[in-house]
Structure formats: structure tokens, C-alpha cells
Design a protein around this ligand. Structure first.
Ligand SMILES: *Cc1c(COP(=O)(O)O)cnc(C)c1O
Ligand SMILES: [Zn+2]
Length: 471
């Protein structure tokens, strides 16, 4: 279908992210790329003609109407900032009731002044990860256009989220594609429990992603991966809630793990729009943290100097890099399965976001990830391995002096602690074989913060002695 012309009645539409192309498409079209040039799309609004609040604090009036589902949802109470669907079409399961909390334990570990490090715990979403923020938005769009089936490729959390929205709403069937590698049982069990049609292919996430695109287009199934621009609209609200929790003050740093780079891209869009609307006066800096075993963004941005350059990135740098990966048969490999991705679908949007937020990218080892995860756990939050990359990355940036100890830093904890108990138990185990089996092959050689179970005979005196010895 040809690009359409935006008219006055199109308060929301889709637009190619490449400024020199700028093709526009109706908000009701289902597409994940631009026909004219193949690039990703944004959801764009004619803000002038929309009822945008004068101040972010206007959203506080919604708190007194929490009996209304659209005010209770931590995504849809910001409906005015993602107004692509009419309220009556919104599908919500109460997502986005997530807390921002200061953590002095983690501040000490990262090397920040106390009171300056905050954790945004997106694991508290209904399906246990931040994915619900985006899924409610994509699902709502799918519903507005009358879709009956929705599909995704997933390292686990996207599928858990999609399966949840399908089974709660009964509006669509979920078709999920997973690889046969390291999906954690916590995530797989959700998809199975929620009744999703689960297609497990012999391959990894990057393979599953390619296949789900082909299958969706052949069978006309609605695709909810983060190439879907509506997903990212929902994920913007994570930043709105961060601001809300800080009394609408802008922090200095947002630190987030990078997988498919949907989150980082959406955060930048959120701040860009708020600034353009005059609702904030400055934009925080962004740090995207890769795992060392899946470090495409780090490699391209920090080592090879790939930049957005106003929409004219040097594609050759990217093509060369992917050709190198292919010829060396490199596959993504990290304990942080949610970010075990070598071909991030939102790469260009993320490059644009890094430009907008004066961003940096770092890579952290699985050892650093698991040690940081243990510190997050010991501080009472808990998260899955991928999430802890944000804390490990903040620590690295702090030790480099890029982050100043008195700045205000928000680390996003993307997924719940119980998503991947295997990694946690292996880290804390005293069984060297189990440790090596689960963790060792990824270069994790020690558990700096292990809390070992004490082995004791089933004997009262022995148990009492063990407790006295260890307390
Ligand atoms: C999906 C996911 C990520 C990666 O987020 P992107 O937006 O793909 O970069 C990180 N952590 C967890 C727990 C996830 O589920
Ligand atoms: Zn285009």
C-alpha cells in the first residue's frame, strides 16, 4: 500500500523514522516497516489538535479515579501522551503499577551517594516483566483493527505477556515462537499455562524472529514484537512513572539493559516528546547496557563509531559487522537470556535515542551481571539476570567517572526475580558441578556474594549446632 498523506483528521499516524523519507501511513494500518525505504516506523501525533495537559502534575487527578480501569493502569492513565486508540478500545490487565524505590544497598555497591540510586521495578507487572507496558498498547492496536491472532518471537517475556493478554481478554489467540536454547522455565511455564499456541523451532531468538515475520505476513497474523511501533508507545510510560515518582523532576541518568533495544528507543521518544511539549525542561542521559556475549550495540556504537547522524547512519559499518558475525558463525551467548540477541530489531531507533539523550553504551560480563543481581536481591528487590545488567553497567560507569556519585540515577529492573530461578540457585549453590553446569560455561568463575545453603544431617543437635555456628 502506498504511503498516505496526513490530513487534519489524522490525529495519530505512522511515519518512517528516516527524515529524508518521512513516508506516512494511516494509524489503522498493520505494518512494521516503511514501504518506501524499509526503515522502522514511529507513531506520530498532531499534538496541536489534541488535549495535552498543561503540566505533568495534571495526571495526579487520575489517582482519585482509580476505580476506573484506564486510570488504574500505569500505562493508560497517561492516555493523553499516547492517544492512538479510543478509550473504549483499550485492553488493560492493570499493567504498570510499578514502584520506583531508592536502594542504599545497591547505591553502596554501585558507588553512588546514598539516596541517589533508584530502582524502577518493572518485574511487578502482571506477567512479571516490563513487556506488559508495550503489550497493552500493541494489543489495543490489534483489537482496534480487528485482529484475531497475534504472534511474537520471544526469549520468554514477550510471549508470557502476549499469552496473558490473550487469555484474559479472550479477544485473540496467541502464537508464540521460541528457540530451543535457553528460555527459562519461569517464562515458558507462563506461556503454556496461559494457553498460547507455542511453536518451538530448532534455532535461537534471531532465527525465531526471522521466521515469525515470514509466518505473520503469510498468514496475516498480527505481529507484536517491538518492531511494532505501538509497543513502544506503551513503554514510554515507564519513564512517565519514573518522573511521577520523583515528583516530576528529571533524573540525571536512565540505565537500561539492551536486547532488541525497544525500551531504550521508547524512553528516548518519551523524553523527546515531553521536551517538545514543554512538559520538561531537560532530558536525562541514557546508558544502554549489553551483555558481553550479545554486544552488537556496544561494538557498533562504542568501538566502530556508528551514529544516527540525523537519519544517515553509515550502513556499511553495520553490514560489515553482521557479515563478520556470520562468517565466524557467532551466536549470542549470555546467562542473561532476555538480552541474548545479536541482531537487535530497533537498532536504528536506539541510535537516534542515544543521539537525543547524549547516551553511552557499555558491555558487562555474565560474572558482573550475576554479582550485581545478587546485590539487587540482597537489597530486597530481586530481578532476573538481564535486568541486573543495568546495575552492573551503572557500577562500571561510576568507576569510570562517567556517572558522578551525586547524580540521580535510575536503573530499570526489567523482569521479576522468579523468572529465572535456575540461574539464582546455581549462583548460590555449594555444588561445584551444578555451578559449572549452569554458569561455568559462560565464564562465571566465582560467586562473590553467594549465600550457601547449610547442609546438615536430619538430627536435632546437629541442626542446633549449625544454626549457632552460622549466626
Ligand atoms: C525484553 C527484555 C529485555 C530487553 O529489552 P529490549 O527492549 O528488547 O532491549 C531486558 N530485560 C528483560 C527482563 C526483558 O524481558
Ligand atoms: Zn521510509
Amino acid at each position: 500500500m502506498a504511503a498516505s498523506v496526513v490530513t487534519e483528521k489524522d490525529l495519530a499516524y505512522q511515519q518512517c523514522i528516516v527524515p529524508s523519507c518521512g513516508a506516512t501511513y494511516d494509524v489503522g494500518e498493520v505494518r512494521t516497516s516503511c514501504d518506501a525505504c524499509g526503515a522502522l516506523l514511529d507513531v506520530v501525533y498532531q499534538w496541536d489538535a489534541l488535549p495535552v495537559p498543561k503540566s505533568l502534575s495534571d495526571f495526579e487527578t487520575k489517582w482519585s479515579r482509580r476505580n476506573e480501569p484506564l486510570c488504574r493502569s500505569g500505562v493508560w492513565r497517561f492516555h493523553e501522551l499516547l492517544p492512538f486508540a479510543p478509550p473504549e478500545k483499550v485492553v488493560t490487565v492493570g499493567e504498570g503499577q510499578t514502584p520506583l524505590s531508592p536502594s542504599d544497598g545497591v547505591a553502596d555497591y554501585v558507588g553512588m551517594s546514598r539516596g541517589q540510586l533508584f530502582l524502577q521495578y518493572e518485574g511487578m507487572n502482571p506477567s512479571g516483566s516490563f513487556k506488559d507496558n508495550g503489550m497493552t498498547a500493541a494489543f489495543t492496536h490489534a483489537h482496534t483493527i480487528g485482529a484475531k491472532r497475534a504472534a511474537c518471537a520471544s526469549t520468554g517475556n514477550t510471549s508470557a505477556s502476549l499469552a496473558l493478554y490473550c487469555c484474559v481478554s479472550k479477544l485473540m489467540q496467541a502464537v508464540i515462537f521460541i528457540g530451543s536454547g535457553k528460555i527459562s522455565y519461569g517464562k515458558l511455564s507462563q506461556a503454556l499455562d496461559y494457553g498460547a499456541l507455542t511453536i518451538q523451532i530448532a534455532g535461537d531468538f534471531d532465527d525465531a524472529m526471522q521466521r515469525v515475520r515470514e509466518v505473520s505476513s503469510r498468514l496475516g497474523i498480527y505481529l507484536v514484537n517491538s518492531v511494532n511501533p505501538f509497543r513502544l508507545e506503551g513503554q514510554k510510560t515507564i519513564m512517565f512513572r519514573v518522573l511521577e515518582s520523583l515528583g516530576w523532576e528529571v533524573p540525571d541518568w536512565i540505565v537500561v539493559p539492551g536486547g532488541n533495544l525497544g525500551n531504550s528507543s521508547s524512553f528516548a521518544k518519551a523524553f523527546h516528546e515531553l521536551k517538545a511539549l514543554g512538559l520538561i525542561d531537560r532530558v536525562p542521559r541514557l546508558a544502554v547496557i549489553n551483555a558481553k556475549g550479545a554486544d552488537t550495540l556496544y561494538e557498533l556504537y562504542e568501538s566502530r563509531g556508528l551514529r544516527w547522524r540525523g537519519g544517515m547512519p553509515n550502513i556499511e559499518v553495520l553490514d560489515n559487522y553482521y557479515a563478520e558475525l556470520d562468517s565466524a558463525h557467532v551466536r549470542a551467548d549470555t546467562i542473561a537470556s532476555a538480552i541474548e540477541i545479536n541482531r537487535p530489531v530497533n537498532l536504528f531507533k536506539c541510535l537516534r535515542g542515544l543521539e537525543c539523550m547524549d547516551g553511552v553504551v557499555r558491555e558487562v560480563t555474565d560474572q558482573e551481571i550475576l554479582d550485581a543481581k545478587a546485590q539487587v536481591g540482597a537489597s530486597g528487590f530481586g530481578c532476573e539476570p538481564a535486568s541486573a545488567a543495568s546495575v552492573a553497567g551503572a557500577r562500571m560507569l561510576r568507576s569510570e567517572g562517567v556517572i558522578n556519585p551525586n547524580e540521580r540515577v535510575v536503573c530499570i529492573l526489567t523482569g521479576h526475580q522468579l523468572k529465572d530461578p535456575t540461574a539464582t540457585v546455581a549462583y548460590h549453590t555449594s555444588d561445584q558441578k551444578e555451578f559449572d553446569r549452569v554458569l561455568g560455561s559462560r565464564g562465571v568463575s566465582r560467586a562473590a556474594f553467594a549465600n550457601r545453603a547449610v547442609q546438615v544431617d536430619n538430627d536435632l543437635d546437629a541442626i542446633v549446632r549449625a544454626i549457632q555456628l552460622n549466626s
